[in-house]
Design a binder for this molecule. Sequence first.
Ligand SMILES: *[C@@H]1O[C@H](CO)[C@@H](O)[C@H](O)[C@H]1NC(C)=O
Ligand SMILES: *[C@@H]1O[C@H](CO)[C@@H](O)[C@H](O)[C@H]1NC(C)=O
Ligand SMILES: *[C@@H]1O[C@H](CO)[C@@H](O)[C@H](O)[C@H]1NC(C)=O
Ligand SMILES: *[C@H]1O[C@H](CO)[C@@H](O)[C@H](O)[C@H]1NC(C)=O
Ligand SMILES: CC(=O)N[C@H]1CO[C@H](CO)[C@@H](O)[C@@H]1O
Length: 516
Amino acid sequence: MEPANATLLCAPLVAPTVEEMLLQMNKANVSGADLVEIRLDTLSNFMPHEDLKLLLGNRPLPAIVTYRPKWEGGQYEGDDHYRLDTLFMAMELGADYIDVELQVVNDFMSSITRKKPSKSKVIVSSHNYQITPSVEELGDLVARIQATGADIVKISTMAQNITDVARMFHVLVHCQVPIIGLLMGEKGAISRLLCPRFGGYLTYATLEGVIKSAPGQPKLKDMLSIYNIRQLGRDTKIYGLIGNPVGHSKAPILHNETFKSVGFNAIFVLLLVDDVREFLDVYSSPDFAGFSVTIPHKEEALRHCDELDPIAKSIGAINTIIRRPSDGKLVGYNTDCLGAISAIEHEMRGLFSLKGEAESPLAGRLFVVIGAGGAGKAFAYGAKEKGARIIIANRSYDRAKILAGLVGGQAMSLSDLENFRPEEESILANSTSVGMYPDIDGTPISKEALRRYAVVFDAVYTPKDTRLLREAEEVGAVVVSGVEMFLRQAFRQFELFTDSPKAPVQVMRKIVQERI
Ligand SMILES: *[C@@H]1O[C@H](CO)[C@@H](O)[C@H](O)[C@H]1NC(C)=O
Ligand SMILES: *[C@@H]1O[C@H](CO)[C@@H](O)[C@H](O)[C@H]1NC(C)=O
Ligand SMILES: *[C@@H]1O[C@H](CO)[C@@H](O)[C@H](O)[C@H]1NC(C)=O
Ligand SMILES: *[C@H]1O[C@H](CO)[C@@H](O)[C@H](O)[C@H]1NC(C)=O
Ligand SMILES: CC(=O)N[C@H]1CO[C@H](CO)[C@@H](O)[C@@H]1O
């Protein structure tokens, strides 16, 4: 397929020996990179003339030669004249690009006495390891770099929060010259994935088994196979998961694959967000077409929607936001509720005697929810709708009481739950994040107490077998895992994102089975 953008994908080579770098270069070539960045400062015992000849002479792909000094975040600690001479030598030996720091570029340009080889392009770079400046300051910086005679402008700044990235996107879109504009750090990760969408000249990605050359750099493999960045164009819609943390989520794999399978031009990314209101204010363009929302933002995000689906409103928490194309208004939904309840019902059918097809297996039964946060509310509300009687158990009894009051149920502390003796055929649903990666060994209820429930549901899907589910299975309960809920809430989310009547259920189930 023709790529939808011209952004180049560059694999930085970081190694102590030339031999290793040569291996990395070939790996970059077969992995689908467009070019490599030779980080001379990471070589030990570097011999400029011989090593450059070897590296450049054997390159399977175009190369940027970078010799980063310690004062700009690199490893070179020696004399700058020697360093700049080496970069000039790289040009003479045919480097496709060299990267020179803005601070010394005037020295570099004026020290060039011999003719500058015309086929080498000069990237003039500026790194800020503390902050990302304002749009005005970034604009000034672009102008200053341009004025040095740079062929390509490179600006790399630290992301303190995700809203910083929006300023760089603004600069990319408005820049008249080729520009590399990226944000470092975990909160800047979307700058690396989405820069092809906003016209960045180049983005860097790490090869498997190679050390990252900057914090927050994604893997090359993921850029190509999960995010499919070659297909990002100006009209690609952007979706993402708002949360904190978000790193463990499998949502990008599921949504991106599903978008691809139905030919929907969109990308789904992870959005590590501190402040939802600020995020939604800053990312208010139609480019950002919709969001999934996870912990801890499900309740706060609801307050910043313009409209709410009635179910979401009763629950007081959302997990999906759509930017309505007709008027740009944000509409909030809760698909967790439907996802969880239908997963539980699905497992329960056939287990208990029911009056008829139409009757929910939850009707009339006791439904105990652990946790009084957003997910807890969704389960309690959904089960109540199906006619179950509700108990809310939470470490903080007061929180439990508030939610119990809302749904007309009973409240309990976690210690009461330990001693509680429910009637037969009761259901336990756990909505706390205890036991989620990385705290995978925690449990909110003992195995002994678990024994008293017929059905146990756990909303966590990483890991698939939580301690709670393992122990529930050991004591003979029917278990419903978060994987089924994840899938079922995603069906509905997909329908909302793409405004289609029915999600490709089989395709999505297959993706989850094979890749998640
Ligand atoms: C680079 O990779 C391509 C396949 O992706 C291969 O055809 C080509 O021979 C490789 N080049 C070198 C020099 O290894
Ligand atoms: C995000 O960072 C900017 C400065 O880069 C700051 O003005 C803003 O308050 C921060 N927001 C949050 C939620 O931390
Ligand atoms: C109790 O409620 C609070 C707030 O709703 C929530 O953060 C916490 O995870 C809940 N969980 C447990 C196990 O008590
Ligand atoms: C519920 O408890 C179990 C204990 O194993 C834990 O692993 C799980 O993450 C908890 N939370 C959810 C939402 O399922
Ligand atoms: C797995 C996969 O192919 N990922 C998708 C992620 O985002 C892009 C955006 O263009 C989709 O097209 C991909 O299909």
